[in-house]
Design a protein around this ligand. Structure first.
Ligand code: GRF
Length: 208
């Protein structure tokens, strides 16, 4: 049974897709061990509470140094007996020490087709604003392993979404969440939990 801890910062719709996926059987062999938010008022924490999952507020701002925060985050992940860390709408840079300790065991959902519209400064609505400004006809979402960079880790899966002429950033964000994020993140977790998806030598290996 894969124990996952989900890191969040906002509304938690991707967390909800995980909660619903475990309940419906889309995600198997997986236990949602806990939720950690760097925002005290994140609705994602309410979603965790409603699902009977422990939700913890843990923010770098509460610690005097990055080092202290790293230690606290690692302690909390260990308390949850975490096998896989899932960044789901998480707008916090994960400290290098945490990335090193959970090497190849942290995944992230990004709302674009990486390598487009990703990296520093590309998060939330900004991603969709940039896609619309560039005039792309197709965008989508990507699940990838997290390394020490920003959205640079090995890609696990992607799903394309049509951009429509009248799209606003908000309309496009919603379509990308509904048609891509909420589907491929649960699929990726289920694949890892059941050994179909693994990483070796920096390469993602997907069994049929
Ligand atoms: C989503 O677009 C997600 O891809 C991005 O943040 C937005 C909100 O995610 N990282 P959520 O509703 O908090 O899961």
């Amino acid at each position: 049974m894969l124990r996952i801890t989900v890191l969040v910062s906002g509304g938690g719709t991707n967390l909800q897709a995980i909660i619903d996926g475990i309940k419906s059987g889309v995600i198997t062999n997986t236990c949602l061990a806990g939720v950690i938010s760097n925002k005290k008022d994140a609705y994602a924490l309410e979603r965790a509470r409603q699902a009977g999952v422990e939700g913890i507020y843990l923010s770098p701002g509460e610690y005097t140094s990055r080092e202290e925060f790293s230690e606290a985050l690692i302690r909390q992940l260990e308390t949850f007996r975490t096998d896989l860390v899932v960044l789901a709408g998480c707008l916090m840079i994960i400290p290098e020490k945490v990335v090193a300790k959970y090497e190849n065991r942290i995944i992230n959902i990004h709302p674009s087709l990486i390598p487009s519209f990703c990296g520093m400064g590309y998060y939330g609505l900004k991603v969709h604003e940039a896609a619309l400004a560039r005039g792309v006809k197709v965008t989508g979402a990507t699940v990838h392993f997290v390394d020490e960079g920003a959205d640079t880790g090995p890609i696990i899966c992607q799903k394309a979404v049509q951009v429509c002429a009248e799209d606003t950033p908000e309309i496009l964000q919603r379509r990308v969440m509904e048609q891509a994020e909420w589907k491929i993140l649960p699929e990726a977790i289920d694949g890892i939990a059941n050994g179909r998806i693994r990483i070796s030598g920096g390469k993602v290996i997907i069994a049929d």
